[in-house]
Design a protein around this ligand. Sequence first.
Ligand code: SF4
Length: 349
Amino acid sequence: MQAKPSAAAARRGEGYAAFHRLLLAWYNRYGRKDLPWRNTRDAYAIYLSEVMLQQTQVKTVLERFYVPFLTRFPSLRALAEAPQDEVLSAWQGLGYYSRALNLHKAAKASAAGLPADVEALRALPGVGKNTAHAVAAFAFHQPVAVMEANVRRVLCRIFAISKPVEADLWEKAAALLDASHPFDYNQAMMDVGATVCTKRAPACAICPAQAICRGKDAPELYPAAKMAKKVPVRRETIWVLRNEAGEFYAAARASRFLGGLYQFAQSDAEATGLRVGKHHFARAHGKTLGVVRQQYSHFTLEADVMLLEAGKAGGKDWYGPRALLGLPMSMAEKKVMGLLGLSGGGGDG
Ligand code: SF4
């Protein structure tokens, strides 16, 4: 059911009535209306799509992850009741695993149903302002503006802002909103950003925002390009410990980064030995399997992979090849498995 916009919200969009009409007409004709999360009233399915789309492209989410995840966990309750390892396994390949952990926690906190209110949505783990607004607008038709990366660029250009300040941009987003059609308006703005006002080749001649756009004479200036940050390289050693029963050592990470995913033993690159439980392993007894490289958002991992025979070591945290393949693991570990000949992955050297 569509929420009625407040008088204040409706007033904010005044002055843009002609733009709203053009935008809706454009959306009716060119909008990507076949996306599955635009054709459901299930707030959980919409919320899931928003979380997946936070750091992953539409094409990837659509082709490989959205439907399988929903099939495995068809409701918020089903997700809430699933073990964490299963949720992480279903998320494998999407990266940014804290999203899956937060999604799981949020499902546990609201298994009976998601709240419609923006502030209540924002109180859920991992839900920032944009995700809260997107769920409120798309699942509950609340009159709030969405501002993901594409919309952000469109707003910077419409208002000719080269160095955007977050709070100001949110105000602009609210001022421009068509409060009577929050679903179509927000979807349309995202589509304009993704298909017309693209980063490198904005097609101003066919843009529904052309009449109000102050940046159209030099769109490349808005927003100003940021200096690319140099990503540091982190050098480590991954120790693949194999006991005489053919089991491998792997433990779930307790850290925030990749938390919950299983990893082989790891140390800094220079370590000459490693202790696991009561056993000590020396690098000198290891066999080099290769090098694994993995790019993360804030660093690049470059790890030598060593295989060590662990004799009688075993017990908890030791897995046979089959069980190992069933554990949720990050891409770096998958590559190590490739070096071991246990999966389709592979090292870089
Ligand atoms: S007129 Fe051009 S710069 Fe302005 S929003 Fe449209 S495509 Fe972007």
